[in-house]
Design a protein around this ligand. Sequence first.
Ligand code: CA
Length: 227
Amino acid sequence: MNVLLVEDEQKIADFVCEGLRAKNFNVIHCADGHRGYEVASKNTFDVIILDIMLPGRDGLDILRSLRKERIDTPIILLTARNELGDRVQGLEMGADDYLAKPFYVEELNARIQALFRRHGGAQQHLIEAGSLQLDCINRTINCRGQSVELTSREFSLLEYLMRSANQVLTRGQLLEHVWGYDFDPCTNVVDVCIKRIRRKIASLDEAGEMVGAIESVRGTGYRLSSR
Ligand code: CA
């Protein structure tokens, strides 16, 4: 599951990132409002966790813009104890839930799971492409009934390819969506990650049909064929 966290307090950002990554979420963190809005509006997330008081642009302002653009990703607001008015306003403006600071990561996780179920995650949580089946809630991937052991980054990359099956995704799109980079880090992380996924799938897929399913598109990126 892909999570965007927009939070300027480093300590909170650290424990949320660490806690959610330990639960296998792919977490992208932005520390200011402008960047948070940009990343939220250009990418697809399963949930956005949005602090209200932010440098640049505040959380309510970001929420308003996203909803105006009909981006209906579930949003959980993080609020300070004295921001009751903002909380109410936030819910009226289309936030799905809020969590008052301080909170435990388990609490946040429970809210995320509840939101995901409410938003029809139950119908969409299984994605299939060829002989691969991906379960977004349990974060597992099966190939012909055998489970593929992936790291959380590998999982997010494969999930993105499967959700966008038959479309070419550029290295830039993959870097931004899976790693949260908005610049070219001049590394081959994407290619290395793809290589590892292919190897893991190949070890399970004796028929060899899925091995070529993640196609390299020369000079551009990758495409996962659903046939
Ligand atoms: Ca803040």
